[in-house]
Design a protein around this ligand. Structure first.
Ligand code: HDD
Length: 750
């Protein structure tokens, strides 16, 4: 076998495995029949654990072997007990003085049940409250061995991880698809201690100094008087802040781009933002920036999809993540590093590496892959794992150290501090999801929620009573390395370096790197957000910022707001675009994407079945959409016209033109092609209309072709028709590799 053939074989074998797991007939696949649920009359076995959860757990949620038997909690045994293990006869009636009498204070079970319930909620995270997590594994390629001594980056090491994705501004119950930055926090349970890479999907931050963090968050959160708007940046205080603190303009530009509304967590890049310092075995140091590159490419929603999803499926990203993992389409990213020499100036190509509002374009410093992250297990219990997980940028293994980036320095303080309130004390590292997999031997004692029963009498050192233990470790024992960086002799000041004053050049670099379609989306996003502000002065001030980024951007947004476009107040930077920043123009694997297939009893169901199998073989998920639940002539229906909405699908196929079902609302007579339109169920027409507006590939054969005519989209780009259902699907699949039919979007901004 040639190397190319060997790679092809491996890829094909892997695609086959994913396809099997994704098959709608596979147990646990979205749309497959759920396990039978018996009536609760006598004790019987609980439902089997989820496929990827495996057998009942004997380890902590992080996978660590603690040597302590697991505490079986919650529906594992047949009989109800108190928290102390006493079996109970009744949990539906309070203990009363007679059936109509007053409740007795002695009812311990009542008080225990209500008291525990009263305290079930803990404070949500002050930022990043809304999130979803998953377990996985990180496999190192060994390519970073030359620059770091970190054990988990040695070739072939496999490290368990827990990842939590999040939005920043919204409350815990807010919608997933709002326009916002996304968190991408990864806990690597390494053999040398936990490494938390607390990253975002945007490579720069709003502010350059942590001391402004409370201010930017106060500005972004809902207004203090009415507590609205929820999970939005489209309001006065946000734009007031970012137009006054102009260092925020670069990050804001990313938010207004399609990066602010990801299609899925699986299609987001991640960025460590700050520059970190790596140290090798010999003590030599290198500066790096961390990147996560999604296997499926960077892919976003359209703004209308994001808004619809806020109502139709506010849990869209959470559901997408769990469905993909449960179906065996494990999300994957490569971890990469941009490597810079550790010079006293801490700059690269003139870019200040300590300024968290700046990127280093990949064309200047390529991202070198150092390992692969695979998420393969959903949490068993959301609260225990996703809610209680506590990240901290100071959790670093030997071989990775911090730099003087003033934003990072403030974060080093904030993350422990916030957990004291959120998780109720200093022992949160003992919560199962936070437990390191490396042996812990600290001298920290007592405090709220102490789980350990510490032996010994001398938690101090040196001591002569506990055998002298613990001893400090040295290089030979892989002790953490605080790199002895020289600190310049300088006066104590509240100031920033002069290089931090450049607030516009990289916002301009980003704008200049976008394709016309992406620019159009950015213009619309600014126009929408500023259009939601009440104060004219704030809109005008933000327009003055846009003028310093690009006159075309400023003019287009000003036109949308009905305001004059101001002149720039600083010279426009001369920038070289970075093609790596654009999402348009490349092709990506289509694994795990959703294809909706409209069927009705009159369709050629043999064809439909074949296409369904072809979708599965392509590594995607077919979901049949029928007029009613159950089956259409033996084929299982996963969505009905009443439950399907276009935003769930990445492409739509039509095998028939179903007439209006009894539960449909009447069609609009004014619709183009009204005669045919009223002959088709209006919800199917809406499905096609939206899929078209959102630039998704659409295919039809047989009666389905008539629906496209009725919807007025036949013959337009990305709409495929034909007699052979298999060929139609193959053409649709090829279109999906580019993520969208980009030419369907208007792109007036050149
Ligand atoms: Fe932060 C949470 C990412 C700046 C203070 N941050 C938090 C989370 C992520 C980030 C992903 C959610 C972690 C989870 O899922 O539990 N934060 C960032 C990035 C930043 C950043 C990429 C800039 C590069 N953060 C930042 C600053 C401060 C904080 C400057 C404070 C000075 N961040 C916090 C926090 C949070 C937090 C208040 C809230 C909940 C938590 O920590 O555990 O401490």
């Amino acid at each position: 076998r040639t190397p190319a053939k060997a790679v092809k074989d491996v890829v094909e074998a892997a695609a086959g495995k994913v396809a099997d797991a994704l098959s709608p007939d596979a147990p646990g696949a979205p749309g497959s029949a759920p396990p039978t649920v018996d009536e609760p009359t006598t004790p019987h076995d609980p439902l089997p654990p989820k496929k990827e959860h495996g057998a009942p757990e004997t380890r902590t949620p992080t996978g660590a072997e603690t040597g302590v038997p697991p505490i079986a909690k919650g529906q594992q045994g047949a009989y109800l007990t108190t928290a102390n293990g006493a079996r109970l006869r009744d949990t539906d009636h309070s203990l009363k003085a007679g059936p109509r009498g007053p409740v007795l204070l002695q009812d311990h079970h009542l008080r225990e049940k209500i008291t525990h319930f009263d305290h079930e909620r803990i404070p949500e995270r002050v930022v990043h409250a809304r999130g979803a997590g998953a377990h996985g594994v990180f496999t190192s390629y060994g390519t970073a061995e030359a620059v770091t001594r970190a054990d988990f980056l040695k070739k072939g090491r496999e490290t368990p991880v827990f990842v939590r994705f999040s939005t920043v501004l919204g409350s815990r119950g807010s919608a997933d698809t709002v326009r916002d930055t996304r968190g991408f926090a990864t806990k690597f349970y390494t053999a040398e201690g936990t490494f938390d890479l607390v990253a975002n999907n945007i490579p720069v931050f709003f502010i350059q100094d942590a001391i402004k963090f409370p201010d930017v968050i106060h500005a972004g959160k809902p207004h203090p008087d009415r507590e609205i708007p929820q999970a939005q940046s489209a309001h006065d205080t946000f734009w007031d802040f970012v137009s006054l603190h102009t260092e925020a303009q670069h990050h804001t530009m990313w938010n207004m781009s399609d990066r602010g509304i990801p299609r899925s967590y699986r299609t987001m890049e991640g960025f460590g933002v700050h520059t970190f310092r790596l140290v090798d075995d010999a003590g030599a140091t290198t500066l790096v920036k961390f990147h996560w590159k999604p296997k499926l490419g960077v892919h976003s929603l359209t703004w209308e999809e994001a808004q619809l999803l806020g109502g139709v499926d506010p849990d869209f990203h959470r559901r997408d993540l769990y469905d993909a993992i449960e179906a065996g389409a494990y999300p994957e990213w490569e971890l990469g590093i941009q490597v810079f020499p550790d010079t006293p100036e801490e700059t690269f190509a003139g870019i200040d590496l300590l300024d968290p509002t700046k990127i280093v374009p990949e064309e200047l410093a390529p991202v070198q892959a150092v390992g692969r992250l695979t998420l393969n297990r959903t949490p068993r219990n959301f609260f225990a794992e996703t809610e209680q997980v506590a990240f901290h940028v100071g959790h670093l293994p030997p071989g990775i150290d911090v730099t003087n980036d003033p934003l990072l320095q403030g974060r080093l303080f904030s993350y422990v501090d916030t957990q004291l309130t959120r998780l109720g004390g200093p022992n949160f590292t003992q919560i199962p999801i936070n437990r390191p997999h490396a042996p812990v031997n600290d001298m920290l004692r007592d405090g709220f929620h102490q789980h350990a029963v510490h032996a010994g009498v001398a938690p101090y050192r040196p001591n002569s009573l506990d055998g002298g233990n613990p001893f400090p470790a040295g290089d030979a024992e892989n002790a953490f390395v605080d790199v002895p960086v020289t600190v310049a002799e300088a006066p104590k000041v509240r100031a920033a370096p002069a290089s931090f004053d450049d607030h516009y050049s990289q916002a301009r670099l980003f704008w200049q790197s976008m394709s016309p379609v992406e620019r159009e989306h950015i213009v619309r996003a600014y126009t929408f957000e500023l259009g939601k502000c009440y104060h004219q002065a704030i809109r005008e001030r933000q327009l003055r910022c846009l003028a310093n980024i690009d006159p075309v951007l400023c003019r287009e947004v000003a036109t949308g707001l009905g305001l004059p476009a101001p002149e720039p107040t600083v010279p426009l930077a001369d920038v070289t675009p970075s093609p790596a920043l654009s999402q348009v123009g490349r092709e990506w694997p289509v694994d795990g994407r959703m294809v909706g297939i409209v069927v009705a009893p009159d369709a050629d169901l043999q064809n439909v079945d074949q296409v369904r199998r072809a979708v599965t073989s392509a590594g995607m998920v077919p979901l049949l959409i029928g007029p009613h639940g159950g089956e259409v002539d033996g084929l299982p229906v996963q969505r009905t016209f009443a439950t399907a909405r276009s935003v769930e699908f990445d492409a739509v196929l039509l095998a028939t033109a179903p007439p209006p079902a009894p539960d449909a609302l009447p069609a609009r007579d004014a619709k183009a092609g009204a005669a045919e339109a009223t002959a088709v169920d209006p919800r199917v027409l809406l499905l096609v209309d939206e899929a078209w507006r959102h630039a998704k590939a659409i295919g039809a054969w047989g009666g389905g072709v008539g629906v496209l005519q009725a919807a007025g989209v036949s013959g337009t780009p990305g709409v495929v028709t034909g007699d052979d259902a298999g060929e139609v699907f193959a053409a649709v699949r090829d279109l999906m590799a580019a993520h969208r039919v980009w030419e369907r979007f208007p792109a007036s901004v050149g």
